[in-house]
Design a protein around this ligand. Structure first.
Ligand code: FAD
Ligand code: SIN
Length: 542
């Protein structure tokens, strides 16, 4: 049993930002399933969208976010996050984050922040650290966390499930009391308790066969929150990034949208630009449009990829602006200053998640969710590029303020220790890896960029069969992180399919050939799911 004042599941931008804010008020446990920097945050390339230049305005950033979100964003949430962004960016810089700079105009002198451009943005507003923004964010936040004696980080510890009053049979409103956590190296399950638990477990790219996400992205937080009775919404809106490197040896390597922001152009294999046929912003159109256009071009021609060409820009500029992309592609034998880059769309970002308000409240007392695991209403049906790091910073700050002001009573309930299955049969581990592959492939084939009712129904049936098998495994066998993650990706796959099946229209990232148009009566309507047998409290009002 380990008792804290705050438990944080995840050490990406959301978890670490929240930890730094609450650490002066109590003892903080950060539980993270691999090493502390390993997170989606660590691989972020393009940067953080925020209004910092005289040519830009909050109104324009709000407008671009709403346009990308295709009628499903919550405007009040969008305004709050956009308007509070600059103060949070300033704090991040004070903590030690170093954004790229450039020479200011001669009349001002000195340096100013270098601003990048990405799809759907009407202005240059992306603050970045060359093309390794996320790595620099993790460095700055982890350095700051190391200076805080109240923060203890548990690496290689994977949260299994949330502990709630409802699961323990307590009467009254549901309350989160902590989490069961598996120590992967020590091989045992710990009971962590605290009055406040933050889910900052990120997204679920690994539910799909091809993704830009690292291996940690298995949707654990959404699956745990669902099992605990929280409301989950809008999981059908999986964002496919248009440009993942296509190479047999490259696993999940993103080619940042910033490359198109600096002039990179999409072309078919015979060298023709094709985006002018799809959107006036061409290669810099919002992501849902670009990903679908590439998918359609590939299907039309039978090609396995398209080209992204930035060779018309000076080599020196490309190497300085995109050092990581340049070096990585070079390792695969592609000199991006001289030849086009082979790219394909891949699953990238989960716009839905645990329903929260802008303060991270979930409807279960003591349980907060921030970052990619949350669905605040900022992204709507399609996230505007580089708005997710911004959302995590703003909402972590607001959630921390809320929990500190609220001061929930300590956990004094008697909590049973974890009961694990005893069987251990390494031969059967092949079933776990087979089921992993099967889910990821069927999600790619049936629930990808373009969907149909028939494919969704087929996916739902197969996932239900797999879940039955996983359920049996889960209760009989000794816990392993592969098994825990398998159970979670199966749950998240089910949630994606069920949300997709609930929406009888096409909107933003959800495109169903059986309903190719958006329906006005579905604007502003979320697809919300809650595990029926747990009942639960209504989701917070946004
Ligand atoms: P993460 O950063 O993913 O952190 C999740 C943490 O939770 C990790 O530490 C993980 O180990 C831990 N965890 C998960 N499950 C468990 C569990 N069961 N137990 C314990 N720990 C657990 N967004 C932008 O705004 N701008 C960009 O330029 C940008 N570029 C991107 C590039 C790439 C390649 C990718 C993959 C994403 C990019 N995104 C970008 C999206 C953005 O990086 C993420 O949405 C954001 O970093 C999510 O932050 P987070 O803190 O919510 O989650
Ligand atoms: C990118 O650099 O293209 C990723 C930006 C994002 O996902 O917001």
């Amino acid at each position: 049993m380990k008792q804290f004042d705050f438990i944080i599941l995840g050490s990406g931008i959301a978890g670490l930002s929240f930890a730094l804010k609450v650490a002066p008020h109590g003892r903080v446990a950060i539980v993270t399933k691999k090493d502390r920097a390993e997170s989606n945050t660590n691989y972020a390339q393009g940067g953080i969208a925020s209004v910092t230049s005289k040519e830009d305005s909050f109104e324009l950033h709000v407008r671009d976010t709403l346009a990308a979100g295709a009628g499903l964003c919550r405007e009040n949430v969008v305004r709050t996050i956009v308007e509070e962004g600059p103060a949070r960016i300033q704090e991040l810089m004070e903590l030690g984050m170093k954004f790229s700079e450039r020479d200011a105009p001669a009349e001002d002198g000195g340096k100013e922040l270098d601003l990048g451009k990405e799809g759907g943005h009407s202005k240059r507003r992306i603050l970045h650290a060359k093309d390794v923004t996320g790595r620099e964010i993790e460095r700055a936040l982890l350095d700051a966390a190391a200076r805080q004696p109240n923060i203890q980080i548990f690496e290689n510890h994977i949260a299994i499930d949330l502990i709630t009053g409802q699961k323990l049979g307590h009467a009254g409103a549901n309350r989160c009391l902590g989490a069961y956590v598996f120590d992967k190296k020590g091989g045992r399950v710990w009971t962590f308790t605290a009055p406040v638990t933050l889910l900052a477990t990120g997204g679920c790219g690994k539910v799909y066969l091809y993704t830009t996400n690292p291996d940690i992205a298995t949707g654990d937080g959404v699956a745990m929150a669902y099992r605990a009775g929280a409301a989950i919404a809008n999981m059908e809106f999986v964002q496919f990034h248009p440009t993942c490197l296509y190479h047999p040896k490259a696993k999940s390597f993103l080619i940042s949208e910033a490359v198109r922001g600096e002039g990179g152009v999409l072309k078919t294999l015979d060298g023709k630009e094709f985006m002018d046929g799809y959107h006036p912003m061409k290669s810099l159109a919002p992501r849902d449009i670009v990903a679908r256009a590439i998918d359609s071009e590939m299907k039309k021609s039978g090609a396995e990829h398209v080209w992204l060409d930035i060779t018309h820009r000076p080599a020196q500029f490309i190497i300085e602006r995109f050092p990581n992309i340049y070096q990585t592609c070079l390792r695969f034998g592609i000199d991006i200053t001289k030849e086009p880059i082979p790219v394909v769309p891949a699953a990238h970002y989960q716009c839905g998640g645990v329903v929260t308000n802008v303060d991270g409240e979930t409807g279960i007392a003591g349980l907060y969710t921030v970052g990619e695991a949350a669905c605040t209403g900022l992204h709507g049906a399609n996230r505007l590029a580089s708005n997710s790091l911004l959302e995590a910073l703003v909402c972590a700050h607001r959630a921390a303020k809320k929990v500190v002001a609220r001061s929930l009573p300590p956990v004094d309930a008697k909590i049973p220790l974890w009961q694990s299955g005893e069987a251990h049969n390494p031969d059967e581990m092949v079933v776990v890896s087979h089921n992993w592959d099967e889910i990821r492939r069927l999600m790619w084939d049936y629930v990808g960029i373009v969907r149909t009712n028939k494919r969704l129904a087929r996916a739902q049936k197969r996932i239900a069969n797999l879940q039955e098998e996983i359920h049996e495994y889960y209760w009989n066998f000794i816990v392993t992180s592969d098994l825990l993650e398998l159970r979670n990706i199966a749950t998240v796959a089910e949630l994606i399919v069920r949300c997709a099946s609930m929406r009888p229209e096409s909107r933003g990232l959800h495109y169903n050939l059986d309903y190719p148009q958006a329906k006005p009566d579905w604007a502003q309507r979320d697809t919300t799911l809650r595990k029926s047998e747990t009942g639960g409290t209504p989701p917070p009002s946004q």
